[in-house]
Design a protein around this ligand. Structure first.
Ligand SMILES: Nc1ncnc2c1ncn2[C@@H]1O[C@H](COP(=O)(O)OP(=O)(O)OP(=O)(O)O)[C@@H](O)[C@H]1O
Length: 312
């Protein structure tokens, strides 16, 4: 079996109390693997413990219990190899505003001990569309450019695993797309990518697999498609053969709304009824069916229902 890109076992973190506050259990026995070669989404509401987990992998926060290995290197047993195997883009933008992007990457490469002959500074700047800003002061870059420079900075030592912690917060749509194009190309070149995001659509679009953390516990870890399939609500739009005067009622409809004059948008719980029963219910109201289309549930529904269930 190929070893996981990241293997996390029973990871726990309790922050020591500050002042009168109680100790905070930010991670409570989290276990999962990130398979190699994937784009893996780590989702969770604010304060769920995502940054704590990433900061443990980065060596910035000490875990209370459990273990973690990066590319087969245990973070306690082989901290240098573990660190060399991961590149992390934090939420905060961190670099000296007086250095140019070129210098920023060269300094970072120096910190990681990348020999001059093996540095890929211009190649990385080109990849993040900052070639023409190579020698500008970093403080003159826009927010999106700075964000892309952070990604390039995380890749100077060519790690096999790249972690992006909320990389698109505050980045406009166009730049976000550019960033994703680059992340996809890195992934196509073999880099395993871990992404934390609040944008569920983004996770759904990009990630092969998604884990959800809530209150320091793992509440889901599945291929994206299977997770999406878990949403119990489905919507079917039914176009009927005549104008709808009174919207029909039926026990198998959870919700029904009229769109235009002849289309009924019906929400039903797929664990209770199936599409055939919903259509039969429409026909029993005296309507002929002209057209049917279904809407896939999105991750938002799954996320809300899973976190709701976990908090219940
Ligand atoms: N240094 C610290 N001392 C005490 N408590 C902390 C510390 N850092 C984080 N916490 C608490 O631990 C919990 C998990 O925080 P964490 O930042 O890991 O969550 P998160 O999922 O990354 O949230 P966000 O999406 O808002 O960044 C929160 O309740 C937070 O208040």
């Amino acid at each position: 079996m190929t070893e996981a890109a990241i293997a996390i076992t029973n990871l726990c973190k309790t922050y020591a109390p500050v002042g009168m506050a109680a100790p905070k259990r930010a991670l409570d026995g989290v276990t999962f693997d990130v398979p190699r070669g994937q784009i893996f989404g780590l989702l969770g509401p604010n304060g769920a413990g995502k940054s704590t987990l990433i900061n443990i992998l980065a060596g910035l926060v000490n875990k209370t219990d459990g273990s973690a290995a990066i590319w087969g290197f245990d973070i306690d047993g082989h901290p240098r190899n573990a660190k060399a195997s991961i590149g992390i883009v934090n939420q905060e933008i961190l670099f000296d505003p007086f250095f140019s992007p070129f210098e920023t990457l060269e300094i970072q490469a120096g910190l990681y001990g990348v020999p001059k002959a093996k540095r890929r500074t211009m190649e990385l700047l080109r990849a993040v569309h900052l070639e023409d800003k190579a020698h500008a002061y970093a403080r003159t870059l826009s927010g999106g450019m700075k964000r892309r420079l952070m990604v390039a900075k995380a890749m100077v030592h060519s790690p096999p695993v790249l972690v992006l912690d909320e990389p698109t917060a505050g980045v406009d749509i166009e730049l976000r797309q550019q960033l994703w194009t680059y992340v996809r190309s890195l992934n196509a070149a073999g880099v395993t990518v871990i992404l934390t995001t609040h944008y569920l659509e983004e996770a759904e679009e990009l990630c092969d697999r998604i884990a959800i953390i809530n209150n320091g516990r793992l509440i889901a870890n599945e291929p994206t498609r299977e997770l999406v399939g878990k949403a119990q609500e489905k919507i079917v739009a039914v176009t009927v053969d005549r104008d709808v005067g009174m919207v029909p009622a039926n026990a198998c409809f959870q919700k029904i709304a009229l769109k235009g004059t002849r289309t009924l948008e019906i929400t039903y719980a797929k664990d209770r009824v199936n599409a055939g029963e919903v259509l039969a219910a429409v026909q029993s109201g005296g309507f002929g069916i002209v057209d049917v289309s279904t809407k896939e549930p999105d991750l938002e529904d799954v996320f809300l229902s899973l976190t709701r269930a976990a908090n219940a």
